[in-house]
Each structure stands twice: as C-alpha cells, then as structure tokens.
Design a protein around this ligand. Sequence first.
Ligand SMILES: Cc1ncc(C[n+]2csc(CCOP(=O)(O)OP(=O)(O)O)c2C)c(N)n1
Ligand SMILES: [Mg+2]
Length: 362
Amino acid sequence: MPSTSHPTLDELCVNVIRGLAMDAVQKANSGHPGMPMGAAPMAYAVWSRHLRHNPANPSWFDRDRFILSAGHGSMLLYALLHLTGYDLPMQELLDFRQWGSRTPGHPENHLTPGVEMATGPLGQGISTAVGMALAERFLAAKFNTPTHTVVDHFTYVLASDGDLMEGVANEAASLAGHQGLGKLIVLYDDNQITIDGATDLAFTEDVLAKFQALGWHTERVEQGMDVNAVDAAIVRAKRDTERPSLIACRTVIGYGSPAKAGSAKSHGSPLGPDEVLRAKEALGLPPEAFWVPEDARTAMDARTKGAELEGAWQAKWQAYAKEHPAEAAILDKALRGDWSVDAEALPRFEKPIATRAARGDV
Ligand SMILES: Cc1ncc(C[n+]2csc(CCOP(=O)(O)OP(=O)(O)O)c2C)c(N)n1
Ligand SMILES: [Mg+2]
C-alpha cells in the first residue's frame, strides 16, 4: 500500500507509536521502551505499506504473518494492533503488563487478537516463522493451480540481536536458505546494543555474510529509521522470490530520549517521567500521555482495506472450491483443526517394523 506522498504523516505515526510505548512502559513502571523507539519506523514500513491483513478477522487464513521475534518490545506490536483497528482498545494499552489484561509483558497469541505466536524467549519467533513460511510454501504447492491462487502470503519477522545469537535461529535460518523460502522476510533491528551493553562485548560475527552463506538475500539499510529506505529494501526483498531475505536496519535504541538513546539503559526499564517528557519534546510530541491524534489514527486504520483484501480472497476461494471441491474440502478440514482420519484406510503391519518406516508408510 504505497503512500510515499505523506512523509510527515508517516513521521507522525512513527512518533505516536514511540509515545505509546514510552507511556505504557512508564505507567506500568516496567517493560522495554528502547526497542519500540528504535524499531518503530521498520515496523511501520511493514504495516503501512506491505502487510496484507484484516484487523476484523485476525484468523483470515491467507493473511500475511508478522512475528515480533523480539517479544520484549511488545508495546511496539500492541501499538500497531491498536492503531490499525484490532480488538485492542486503548484501555488495554493503559493496562499494559497488568494482571488480566490482553497486553502482557511478552506477546501471547492465545490472549491478544492479531498476535501470531508467543514470543519472549529470543530465537523462537524467527525460528517458528521459518516453519510458517515453509507451511505456506507447502500449502501453495499442494493446493494452488495454474488458474487459482488461494495460498499466497508473506511471513515478516522483526528480530533483534538476541534473536540472532540463539542457536535455534541459526539452524532455522539454514533450513530457510536451503528451502529458498522467498516469502520469508526478516527485518533485523541492528541497533548494536543488547541488555548488557554494546553488542561487541559478545556478538561480533558478520551477520550479513553468515546469512549470505546460508543462502539468503541480504541487505543493510544504513538509514534504518527512514521509512522510505526500509520500504524500498522490503520491495527488493519481495522481488527475490528464490531466497529468504534478511534486512539489517541500523537503528538507535531509545531513539528520541536525550539521555538514554543508543544505550542499554533504554532496554529494560522505564525512561522515567522526566525523561519521557524530554523525549517527547525531542520527537515533537505533546506531553500528554497516550496521545493519538485523529490524523494518525485515520492514516493507520487498516479495517477498510483489510475487509477488501479478505473479501477479494473469499471470492477466489469460492471459485476454487467450486472447481476443486475435493481439494477445498481437505484444506478446509485442516484449517478447522479437524485431524480425524479414516482408520480403515491406514496400512496394517503384520510383522514388527521400525517405527520410522511404519510412519513413512502411514
Ligand atoms: C532465550 C532468551 N535468553 C535471554 C532472554 C533475556 N533477554 C531479554 S531481551 C535480551 C537481549 C536484548 O538484546 P537485543 O536482542 O539486542 O534487544 P534490544 O536490547 O536491542 O532491544 C535478553 C538477553 C530472553 N528473552 N530469551
Ligand atoms: Mg539489540
């Protein structure tokens, strides 16, 4: 959804997200303001210009997936869900990290509409996203026909340094490269800071060279907080249909905070009431807490577009189901979570056989 004609509106939206993250963490007196403040432009580039989703139906099957692998920056996701029109009202942002709210410290898919998976343990999001992209590839190959494309979505990930340090992420990245998962796009919040300080204390590998070696399309965006620059890199990533993409965006953790930007001090604790005010002033935001101006709200509301996108897909699905009723029934059954099988149709084994061989036959 290109909208390059309103750079100042984009900037406003990005700063509103930053403000919500600062305010919610401050009000809860706990959480991670720094990551959302640095990564808001990257996430906004995905959500405003690329993500095909319908806030009214978070379980629309062919939606693009967005996985916040760096789950500690949960307020970034909650702000996006709130502003784009998911069932996550302002009260939930006010209740960030409170018992019984739908805005826990780390995202939980079973609690919050629009959250695709629970993230918090670093490495899990990016790795599970590889599985999601693999599933998309598999279902597309199995069900799409030359004239019907009913499975066709991207999987976007926002990952941090800690995500890429984890062993599991490296194994999953290897598989993604081997499989050539061209519709997997990872945006790496390359802010050179982790919980303990500068990344060069513990993490000096050449991330891009490593992902290249694993068979990925890689790109560094030096101006990683420039929405247009990130957008352009995403467009190029989408064009590479043969390889998964890693887009390393250079960002500044805690961007806007005069005293804590670029420092691990903005990672895991509130900025402090005075510093929140100073950051707002630096970003051109009013001091008012949880401020969302009407023009930002209107610009980010994705409900009308989302209904159109899903409506168009529903029409494609109806046409597919009419022409390929047996295949449509299989996919529909699976999507309903109905795994029942006709036991009579399974092979029978008269003699003992290795379970891996039996499983293969089944
Ligand atoms: C598997 C795992 N180990 C440790 C942690 C605790 N932890 C939370 S955030 C973080 C590192 C933060 O660094 P980075 O990923 O670069 O995020 P940033 O500070 O840049 O937002 C750690 C170690 C965790 N969430 N998961
Ligand atoms: Mg970091």
